[in-house]
Ligand binder design. Structure first.
Ligand SMILES: Nc1ncnc2c1ncn2[C@@H]1O[C@H](COP(=O)(O)OP(=O)(O)OP(=O)(O)O)[C@@H](O)[C@H]1O
Ligand SMILES: [Mg+2]
Length: 257
């Protein structure tokens, strides 16, 4: 059975998609087989992987067409060890229908279970929300990663996340929801505010914060614009090495080998 990892945050633009793609690529690079699932209707994973054309089968069918086997929704992009279920929810009407089915928090996990034994890791990119999609992602996961940018509202959004997370734990007492860690992203050590907020977070929650910090790195922006992960774009950049380090930390911390 695959280990299912999702990137969640109620706050937008914190590096969920970037981190999901690069952690998944790091796993694939390390020889693990990976399925990426994009639950965000923005379809960012598809664009970040350079897939321009619309996909006819994806998360829409995952939610709205339970008769269609999961294996029919899986796409390849030529990347070794990596497969994808892209988001293809285009209209508001379909988005509403998908969210309605998603009111059953176990839906995604039940669907993933159809293919889970074919992969080592399943990495889910969730929308910036606590909507039914995000809850499906959290429910499906063995491990949850919260990307966080060390800016003014970071502590507030962290507290809000921890409150929501504890609430979900009490709603699903039979499910062992596990926070793998808080991942500091786009970190710029030259900025006093990043250093200060980073220190505050480590002081308050040290065990729950990854030692690996993702630096602000131009190569990450460039690679995304070219439809690639930073790891396939240029392995010698500080962005790529940070994500490889994150993979190693995660594998060690949770004994995932
Ligand atoms: N380490 C980094 N260095 C520089 N830029 C980064 C880094 N990580 C992410 N970015 C850029 O920051 C922006 C937001 O990142 P990303 O899309 O991964 O966040 P998100 O949390 O998925 O956003 P959304 O809430 O819209 O889904 C993107 O333009 C991305 O290229
Ligand atoms: Mg995103």
């Amino acid at each position: 059975m695959a280990t299912i990892i999702s990137f969640v945050s109620q706050k937008g633009g914190v590096g969920k998609t970037t981190s999901a793609i690069n952690l998944a690529t790091a796993f694939a690079f390390g020889g693990y087989s990976v399925l990426m699932v994009d639950l965000d209707p923005q379809s960012s994973i598809r664009f970040s992987m350079g897939v321009q054309n619309n996909v006819s089968r994806g998360t829409q069918e995952l939610f709205l067409d339970p008769e269609m086997p999961m294996s029919d929704l899986i796409q390849e992009t030529g990347q070794e060890n990596m497969e994808f279920i892209f988001s293809n929810v285009e209209t508001l009407e379909n988005e509403r229908a998908v969210l309605e089915i998603g009111a059953n928090a176990t839906h995604l996990l039940e669907r993933i279970n159809e293919v889970s034994d074919q992969y080592d890791f399943i990495v889910i990119d969730a929308p910036s929300s606590t909507n039914n999609m995000a809850i499906n992602a959290i429910y499906a996961s063995d491990l949850i990663i919260l990307p966080l940018q060390c800016e003014n509202l970071a502590i507030k959004s962290l507290k809000r996340f921890l409150r929501s997370f504890n609430e979900l734990k009490s709603i699903f007492p039979n499910k062992d929801l596990r926070l793998a860690g808080i991942l500091l992203t786009m970190f710029d050590r030259k900025l006093e505010i990043h250093r200060r907020i980073g220190q505050q977070i480590y002081k308050a929650l040290s065990d729950s914060v990854f030692e690996t910090i993702i630096p602000r790195n131009e190569a990450i922006v460039e690679s995304s614009a070219l439809g690639k992960s930073v790891i396939t774009y240029n392995l010698s950049t500080i962005g790529a090495t940070a994500y490889i380090r994150l993979m190693n930390e995660l594998v060690d911390k949770f004994d995932l080998r």
